[in-house]
Design a protein. Structure first.
Length: 186
């Protein structure tokens, strides 16, 4: 079963997702996709670590996340937080000039993200494990000023659409309140 939780920044997505994982129960695996590029991000990551239950197993990474599901069949419920940071990491991995990116760089980023998302969803469906994905709804704000920002928004938006299409349940968070927009509660 796949569940997607989307919404704006600080809309309560992570807290709701943790509540869903706890409700589903069993052995819980938390996939953290953030990377600490500076002190402020290190502090955010540390806060997220403190907010998670100690009994949950944490897996950190942003590439080949499907392998976590394959290699840990003892986990019953997976929580991935978050898709947009996962995509950012994948795009940074490609290197390249993002101020004036070539069409090859943009296409490569789109293909990499699509392949990684597809692989994760396929493994979740194949194993029958619960997978909760947290993502930011990126298309409701201003048009980003930078080329990287616009390309990221487009790639993340399409990835969110792919995940939502395959998800059994989708929630949209607004001011800490979940609005179910697809499926029946798991």
């Amino acid at each position: 079963m796949i569940e997607l939780i989307t919404g704006g920044v600080r809309s309560g997505k992570s807290g709701f997702a943790q509540g869903e994982a706890t409700r589903l129960g069993g052995r819980i695996g938390y996939i953290a996709t953030a990377q600490a590029f500076d002190e402020e991000m290190r502090a955010r990551i540390q806060k997220h670590r403190q907010d998670r239950p100690a009994a949950w197993r944490t897996f950190e990474g942003h590439r080949d996340l499907a392998e976590f599901l394959y290699r840990n069949p003892d986990i019953d419920t997976w929580l991935l937080d978050c898709v947009t940071l996962w995509i950012t990491g994948l795009m940074f991995d490609l290197g390249g000039e993002w101020m004036q990116p070539s069409s090859e760089l943009v296409e490569g980023a789109e293909q990499l993200v699509t392949a990684q998302v597809q692989a994760l969803l396929q493994v979740a469906e194949k194993t029958g494990k619960h997978l909760i994905l947290v993502t930011n709804e990126v298309g409701m704000g201003l048009v980003p000023e930078s080329a990287f920002g616009r390309i990221f928004r487009d790639i993340a938006g399409r990835a969110n659409q792919r995940i939502a299409a395959r998800a059994d349940t989708v929630y949209f968070m607004v001011s800490g309140l979940p609005m179910q927009i697809k499926g029946a509660r798991l």
